[in-house]
Design a protein around this ligand. Sequence first.
Ligand SMILES: [Zn+2]
Length: 228
Amino acid sequence: MSERYKGFTICVEQDENACSPREEYDHSGVMVCRHRGYNLGDHQSTQEELEGMDIGVSLPLYLYDHSGITISTSPFSCVWDSGRVGLIYMTKAEVEEVGGEQRALEILEGEVKEYDQYLTGDVWCYDILWHRITLDSLSYIFGGEYALREAQDVVDSYIDRHNNTPPVASCDATASACTRCGNKEIRYAPMIEDDEKPYRYAWCDKCCTGMKFNYGLSLTCREEITYG
Ligand SMILES: [Zn+2]
């Protein structure tokens, strides 16, 4: 899906290479599952192993398996395609560490929701384009709506930076005209300051060329920016 936002194009797409958040991130909870067809959670475990643990709080895990799988801490209504697959827990010491049972349960619910987003393909990436130049991209974002909001925030911050610091074009002649066709009416994207090395993209409508200009630290020339 792609949308125009303040003169930029935001493309949000499913992150098809997303790996399990259980491998990618550290978590407070431990997710143990048993399933014949899928390798779920952090590891497979037997009831006997769990009995020796000093479990503080736990939540049951249910799986619904019908054209894709989804996981939840409460049972699904369809008894044919769903069932209990395991549990997620914290030890007593970990419960204390996070500030008590109530907080521990919230964290565990959140971890199951995150894992469910991964299982159901609700992990996304975005590209922010200005004309045909990719200004920014990010992958492995949980939730499509959230990915879109994140990208809009990035655009807003580009524009803020543009508004707060006067747009500056290089005094260098090569940076005030298209490097390909010499057109002097090129559009400049907002300046980006990356580790104190400012740069900006420009676009030539005449020959459809994108350019990246790097700047020195002392800048005096100013030029209007036209968006979109
Ligand atoms: Zn040109």
